[in-house]
Design a protein around this ligand. Structure first.
Ligand SMILES: Cc1ncc(COP(=O)(O)O)c(C=O)c1O
Length: 402
């Protein structure tokens, strides 16, 4: 809407939208690569990427072209018919991840919801009565719908929404013995993020995921991996599971899958995917042709020779820069992460630090009171990373310098 200033937009949002988000007082109107521009013409470096969504950056020309071409041909036809771009996107996603078959939906929580249903359905189809439990981890985040929420091991997200779904058992983070105890004859699946994103880029102890996989195999429990934030090149591999040497039975994807358009996907081994027979599950918009056109560009770009090597190289520049900043300060407890998913744990108010970064032209977020998270578009260049590090350095509390 022409003529609306920053405050007009904020007032309008507040008047007509529910107050469930804590929004920053910035109005973004345009994006290009790793840069965003606000309504007042100010430029920002985007190291949040729409929360790990803009993996190819903003207004990527190939994505824009593919989406425009598809929008001219067909927006939607329902899943009662076949659509070329949808079948092609599914092939690419399957080939690029774990093989097997794909179910399309529209968001991350919906992908996890479908994965929960698929795992339970497959288990029931095996004639295993009463084997329905999901084991999940403390600190996990799997979404906001009731399945995703029930799987989320953070009570703060549950408050006021009880009762949750039955059948979710939460075990402590990083404790393989506790996991072993929790995987019983009632367990259908272990649901895990390769790195816990929303609770502050928390890395499992070395060897944990591999050992968890071994326990799942030994006990006949499905390994369901939530790669919504870690997947699609974020850690320098198509899936973070590859980096940790594990082979999921079911993987969930969303976020960057269509580089900003709403698309989620569940990928399952062929045998498990067979449990979703006709009429078992569905989504009106799932696999929308325009979103699939964007997903095709995303997967093809990620598979371009050398692309993921570059992500690793640039992730190292980011990591090294964060560590250098940390070394010069007394208020940084830890730098952690993998590839282009990094975090800085502070001995200071991370939310305030994120607000200062924003005022200085760097978009980042705080996942908790003391953790700053960095999820830049994968196409960010080395000069932009260095500039972001300078902005960060200038934004952290002056009193924390050594
Ligand atoms: C690991 C993980 N799972 C699930 C979700 C929920 O995804 P969505 O917001 O698309 O429903 C998120 C979102 O941050 C996530 O990071």
């Amino acid at each position: 809407m022409r003529g609306m200033g920053t405050q007009d937009v904020i007032d309008l949002t507040e008047k007509y939208q529910m107050g469930n988000y804590t929004r920053n007082p910035v109005v973004f109107v345009r994006g290009e690569g790793a840069r965003l521009f606000d309504a007042e013409g100010r430029e920002y470096l985007d190291f949040l990427g729409g929360i790990a969504v803009a993996i190819l950056g903003h207004t990527h020309p190939e994505v824009t072209r593919a989406v425009t071409v598809q929008a001219r041909n067909l927006l939607h036809v329902s899943n009662l018919f076949h659509v070329p771009i949808q079948s092609e996107a599914a092939r690419l996603i399957s080939e690029a991840t774990i093989g097997g078959k794909v179910f399309f939906c529209n968001s991350g929580t919906e992908a996890n919801e479908a994965a929960i249903k698929l795992a339970r359905k497959w288990t029931a189809d095996q004639g295993k009565a009463g084997v329905h439990e999901f084991v999940v981890l403390e600190g996990s985040f799997h979404g906001r719908t009731y399945g995703g929420l029930s799987a989320t091991g953070q009570p703060k997200f549950h408050k006021g929404f009880e009762p949750l779904l039955p059948g979710f058992v939460t075990v402590p983070f990083g404790d393989i013995a506790a996991l072993d105890d929790a995987l019983t004859e009632k367990t259908c699946a272990f649901l895990v993020e390769p790195i816990q994103g929303e609770s502050g880029v928390r890395m499992h102890p070395p060897g944990y995921l591999k050992e968890a996989e071994r326990l799942c195999r030994q006990k006949g429990v499905l390994l369901v991996v939530d790669e919504l934030q870690t997947g699609l090149g974020r850690t320098g591999a198509m899936l973070a599971s590859e980096r940790f040497g594990i082979a999921p039975d079911i993987v969930t994807l969303a976020k960057g899958l269509a580089n900003g358009l709403p698309l989620g996907a569940v990928v399952a081994r062929e045998e498990i995917a067979a449990a979703f027979g006709p009429g078992s599950h569905g989504s009106t918009f799932g696999g929308n042709p325009v979103c699939c056109a964007a997903a095709k560009v995303v997967i093809e770009t990620l598979r371009f020779p050398g692309f993921l090597d570059e992500v690793i190289r640039k992730g190292e520049i980011l990591r090294k820069g964060l560590e250098e900043i940390a070394a010069g300060r007394t208020d940084v407890r830890k730098v952690r992460g993998l590839g282009m998913m990094q975090a800085m744990e502070l001995d200071a108010d991370a939310k305030e630090a994120a607000r200062t970064c924003l005022r200085n032209g760097l978009v980042v977020n705080a996942t908790s009171e003391n953790v700053l998270r960095f999820l830049p578009p994968l196409i960010v260049n080395a000069a932009e990373i260095r500039h972001a590090l300078e902005l960060l350095d200038a934004s952290l509390p002056p009193g924390g310098r050594k």
